[in-house]
Ligand binder design. Structure first.
Ligand code: SIN
Ligand code: FE2
Length: 206
């Protein structure tokens, strides 16, 4: 599946980060998590806990609780501003986003071996002309991508440690999700699991 042509606006770059790059990125994310601990968000209305734990870096962070989905400048548990986006991720954005302004949010998702993420669209951003740039680290996952409607056909492929995925252009609002994690597929994280980083531009400049 990975080799069939992807819909316009989607780019999958296998192994963008080599092992040393992945190790450096994990060190940077550990520093983020030390300042802004992972926490478990809740679904809007129901308050059902996510299986994924999250934190953010950047001037804005994406959060979810009973009140809904939104971006905010403060960590919902500590009340502190999110730490800065690591330089290496700003550089990645500069290289692949094809967008003249920096990202404002980097959502950090941590999946243990049983975590999943249901099909959804990233649509809480005003700047829908900017892509979402995603980095996978640690265990591989089975990623699913569809079209702009929930009922559109979907396709699945594995995302492995170091892969970069760009969701932009006509595919910016495509439904996507993570069906499963493959435990033991990477040695990057001592205790296993998968980290996904997504860089987003939230506000429309001007
Ligand atoms: C997301 O859609 O926020 C996460 C996607 C992923 O974990 O690859
Ligand atoms: Fe998403």
């Amino acid at each position: 599946m990975k080799n069939a042509p992807l819909p316009e606006g989607i780019r999958l770059i296998d192994g963008w980060f080599d092992r040393d790059g992945q190790v450096a990125l994990i060190a940077a994310i550990r520093a983020v998590v030390a300042e802004a601990p992972l926490y478990r968000p809740e679904m809007p209305r129901t308050g059902k806990p996510f299986s994924v734990r999250m934190t953010n870096c950047g001037p804005l962070g994406w959060v979810s609780d009973r009140a809904g989905y939104r971006y905010q400048p403060l960590h919902p548990v500590t009340g502190c501003p999110w730490p800065a986006i690591p330089e290496v991720l700003l550089a990645l954005w500069g290289e692949v986003a094809d967008y003249p302004h920096p990202p404002e949010a980097c959502l950090v998702n941590f999946y243990d071996e049983t975590a999943r993420m249901g099909l959804h669209r990233d649509e809480d951003e005003a700047a829908l002309d900017a892509p979402v740039v995603s980095v996978s680290l640690g265990d591989s996952c089975l990623f699913r991508i569809g079209g702009r409607e929930r009922s559109d056909p979907t396709r699945s492929f594995r995302l492995a440690s170091g892969d970069v995925f760009v969701l932009g252009g006509p595919s910016r609002l495509a439904f996507h999700g993570v069906d499963r994690i493959y435990p033991g597929s990477s040695t990057l994280l001592e205790r296993g699991g998968r980290i996904n980083l997504t860089l987003r531009r939230v506000t429309s400049p001007g």
